[in-house]
Design a protein around this ligand. Structure first.
Ligand SMILES: [Zn+2]
Length: 200
């Protein structure tokens, strides 16, 4: 019974993770009565999101839309024989913040989650395996979150990476279980990274 512009916004918001019909309506009506610059800024940010940002063709981290590869993949200062596999671009930022990692990355863009219907083909697993097949990579660090889904994803990747003759390590325990890499403090993350252990 709502006018189309409001109903359309509610429907669009409802598709976002963690937002139900109630929150979607609340946000829509908030935007309706907010000062004009609030929805304007939001709309501008949303339309720039897909036109100005893209994913690196090697590691699937975010990069600006005018380039094919991200700065890390293009850098000659980074060790291409070491690849750290993470779930999201925010995890790359978290590891970069500690400033101790000199290898490259592979961003899966999610984790395996049967409940949410996310299977191996929904993640950037195939591109990772073909990248490894090209050779030159000595070690893959599985740095998925210490959650059930993160563990399952690491367990899935382990034999497949190992089969390509690449050493597979996992971040050391010590990160809060069920926690998120991006929220771990830098010391904990550094310890988990330097104390990584070969998976058997
Ligand atoms: Zn990259």
């Amino acid at each position: 019974m709502l006018p189309d512009p409001i109903q359309n916004l509610i429907s669009a918001l409802e598709r976002l993770p963690g937002i139900g019909p109630k929150t979607a309506s609340r946000l829509a009506f908030y935007l309706l009565r907010a000062p004009e610059e609030v929805p304007e800024k939001l709309s501008e940010a949303l339309s720039n999101l897909k036109t100005k940002i893209t994913f690196c063709e090697d590691c699937f981290n975010i990069t600006s839309a005018d380039r094919l590869k991200c700065e890390i993949c293009e850098s000659s200062q980074r060790d291409g024989s070491l690849i750290c596999v993470v779930e999201e671009p925010l995890d790359v930022l978290a590891i970069e913040r500690i400033g101790a990692y000199k290898g490259k990355y592979a961003v899966l863009q999610g984790v395996l989650s049967p409940i949410e219907g996310v299977g191996p083909d929904d993640l950037k697993i195939k591109p990772l395996l073909s990248r490894l097949q090209k050779g030159g990579v000595k070690e893959v660090i599985l740095a998925t979150n210490p959650s059930m889904e993160g563990e399952a994803t690491a367990q899935y990747l382990h034999p497949r990476v190992q089969a390509l003759g690449v050493k597979v390590t996992r971040l050391a325990r010590g990160l809060p279980v069920g926690g998120d890499l991006e929220y771990a403090d830098q010391n904990t993350l550094l310890r988990a990274l330097t104390g990584r252990q070969e998976m058997d």
